[in-house]
Design a protein around this ligand. Structure first.
Ligand SMILES: NC(=O)c1ccc[n+]([C@@H]2O[C@H](COP(=O)([O-])OP(=O)(O)OC[C@H]3O[C@@H](n4cnc5c(N)ncnc54)[C@H](OP(=O)(O)O)[C@@H]3O)[C@@H](O)[C@H]2O)c1
Length: 313
C-alpha cells in the first residue's frame, strides 16, 4: 500500500470536478493511492479522471484505489461495491472499507446532516452480517482487501474474534493533536495497517464537524518551529510525522498535493523532532460523529465507547 494517498472528500467547498482535476494532477506528480468513498459524491468524476490517468502509461496494477460502504447500504454491500466500481470505472478495488460502524443511520441517500428515526447503535451481530458480505467481495474478486474505519479497540476485538478475513486496514483520525496511541498500538500489534485521515487537522471540514474546543495542529508552536527549521509548511511537517510514525496519511489537497509528496520524499524529521511531536498530543478528536447519535440526549463520546458501554440500549 503506497505510503501516502490523496484524500478525495471535497467537503462542502470543493467541487467534484476540482477533485477530479486534483486526482489527475496528483497522479502526474507521482501519487498512486486515492482514498475515495461513495458518500463523497464524486466517484463518477474521479472514475473519468482515473481513466485519463491510465491512458498516460500508468497501469491499473500501479494504482491503489480505496472506496467505502456508506451507512445506509449495510444491507446491500455487494450492490454498493458494484456501484462504486461502475462509477470509478474499475473492475476491482484494492481496498473496500466499512465507512462507519453505524448502519441504517440515514434514510436512503447521502445526507449526513440529518438524523434518521431509524438510527440504531453499533451492535456486533449486525456488524458481522455486514462483514460477512464484505468477505464475499474478496471471494468474488471484486476487492483485494477489506477493512474498517472509525472503529475502537472493543469493537475491533469483537470483529477479530469472529472474522474469517481480518481487516487489512483501520482508517482513523490521526494527526499530531490526536495521536490515538492506544488504538494505534492495538492495530499495529494485530497486523492491521493504520491509515490516518485529517492528517493536517482538516482545516476545510464542514461546519457540522466544528466545535469551540477544537485545536489546529498546524498552529502548534512545536509544529511551526520544526516547519521553519526545515523551510516547509506546517502541514508538510504533519505529513512527514505521519509517514515516519508508520501510519499512511491521506491528505486532501487540490493546491498543495505536490508539496505534500515532496515533503514525504525529502529529508526526514530527526528523532528529537519526532519525540517533540509525540509530546503535543492533545487528544483532540475533530470528527466526533455527532450526526450519528441515535438518541437526542446523547453526547458524541458514546460513539467511541468512552462511556465504557459498547452496546448501548
Ligand atoms: N474514513 C473516514 O471516516 C474519513 C473521515 C474524514 C476524512 N477522510 C479521508 O481523509 C481525507 C483527508 O481528510 P480531510 O480532507 O478532512 O483533511 P486534511 O487532509 O487534514 O486537510 C485538508 C485541507 O488541508 C489543506 N492542505 C493540504 N496540504 C496543505 C499544505 N501543504 N499547505 C497548506 N494547506 C494544505 C487543503 O487545502 P488545499 O486543497 O487548498 O490544498 C485542505 O483544505 C479526506 O479527504 C477523506 O479522503 C476519511
Amino acid at each position: 500500500m503506497p505510503a501516502i494517498g490523496l484524500g478525495t472528500f471535497g467537503s462542502d467547498q470543493v467541487s467534484a470536478a476540482a477533485v477530479a482535476e486534483a486526482v489527475k494532477g496528483a497522479a502526474a506528480a507521482g501519487y498512486r493511492h486515492f482514498d475515495c468513498a461513495s458518500v463523497y459524491g464524486n466517484e463518477r468524476e474521479i472514475g473519468a479522471a482515473l481513466e485519463t490517468v491510465m491512458k498516460t502509461g500508468i497501469k491499473r496494477e500501479d494504482l491503489w484505489i480505496t472506496s467505502k460502504l456508506w451507512n445506509d447500504k449495510h444491507a446491500d454491500v455487494i450492490g454498493s461495491c458494484r456501484q462504486s466500481l461502475a462509477d470509478l470505472r474499475l473492475n476491482y478495488l484494492d481496498l473496500y472499507l466499512v465507512h462507519w460502524p453505524f448502519p441504517n443511520f440515514h434514510p436512503p441517500g447521502c445526507d449526513v446532516t440529518s438524523r434518521s428515526a431509524e438510527a440504531k447503535p453499533f451492535i456486533h451481530v449486525n456488524y458481522m452480517k455486514t462483514w460477512r458480505e464484505m468477505e464475499k467481495l474478496v471471494d468474488m474478486g471484486l476487492v483485494r482487501n477489506i477493512g474498517t474505519s472509525n472503529m475502537t479497540i472493543p469493537k475491533l476485538e469483537l470483529l477479530l474474534g469472529d472474522a474469517r478475513i481480518k481487516p487489512a486496514v483501520n482508517e482513523m483520525e490521526l494527526h499530531p493533536h490526536f495521536q490515538q496511541p492506544e488504538l494505534f498500538q492495538y492495530v499495529v500489534e494485530n497486523g492491521i495497517q493504520p491509515v490516518g485521515y485529517c492528517p493536517i487537522g482538516s482545516p476545510g471540514r464542514p461546519e457540522r464537524d466544528r466545535t469551540p474546543e477544537d485545536t489546529a495542529p498546524t498552529e502548534d508552536p512545536v509544529i511551526v518551529g520544526i516547519a521553519k527549521r526545515h523551510g516547509i509548511h506546517p502541514a508538510v511537517v504533519c505529513i512527514k510525522w505521519a509517514v515516519q510514525r508508520g501510519q499512511i496519511p491521506i491528505p486532501f489537497s487540490v493546491h498543495h498535493y505536490r508539496a505534500n509528496l515532496e515533503g514525504v520524499i525529502g529529508p526526514p524529521l530527526s528523532d528529537q523532532e519526532m519525540h517533540q511531536i509525540a509530546a503535543i498530543d492533545r487528544r483532540c478528536r475533530l470528527i466526533k460523529g455527532q450526526v450519528f447519535l441515535w438518541k437526542p440526549d446523547q453526547t458524541w463520546e458514546a460513539l467511541w465507547d468512552m462511556d465504557g458501554n459498547i452496546t448501548p440500549p
